[in-house]
Design a binder for this molecule. Structure first.
Ligand code: ZN
Ligand code: ZN
Length: 116
């Protein structure tokens, strides 16, 4: 509603000042375009819950986030050999693949793509 009111004001103001429709259209366009772009950006941020590359949720993927990595290291949960948390080291603990895959399956009802 606010945007509509702003547009009306621009149209009225433009007509009163210049009487030129083309000039009014130019001014009005960005007001309509901005909210659509914001909606698209928000929709994208809901994707990427799963880290395809590492086979764990992004929210706990220490291989994608240096902040998370520091947390895991501080807790002593770190595999120095493979440079990832011990609790996410599929090399040392192959059974963890199934544990994380179960979280994916619970959310999407299908098996996750195989991590690299
Ligand atoms: Zn990752
Ligand atoms: Zn390891």
């Amino acid at each position: 509603m606010k945007n509509l009111m702003i547009c009306s004001a621009v149209v009225l103001g433009g007509l009163a000042m210049t009487g030129c429709d083309k000039a009014v259209d130019k001014n009005a366009a960005p007001a309509h375009a901005a909210p659509a772009a914001q909606i698209a950006a928000n929709a994208e941020s809901h994707e990427g819950w799963w880290c395809d590359e590492h086979g764990v949720p992004e929210s706990v993927c220490a291989q994608c986030s240096t902040t998370l990595a520091a947390d895991f290291k501080a807790k002593g949960d770190w595999c120095k050999e493979h440079d990832r948390p011990e609790s996410q080291c599929f090399v040392c603990h192959p059974d963890l693949v199934a544990k994380f895959a179960a979280q994916y399956a619970a959310k999407y009802g299908k098996e996750p793509p195989k991590p690299n």
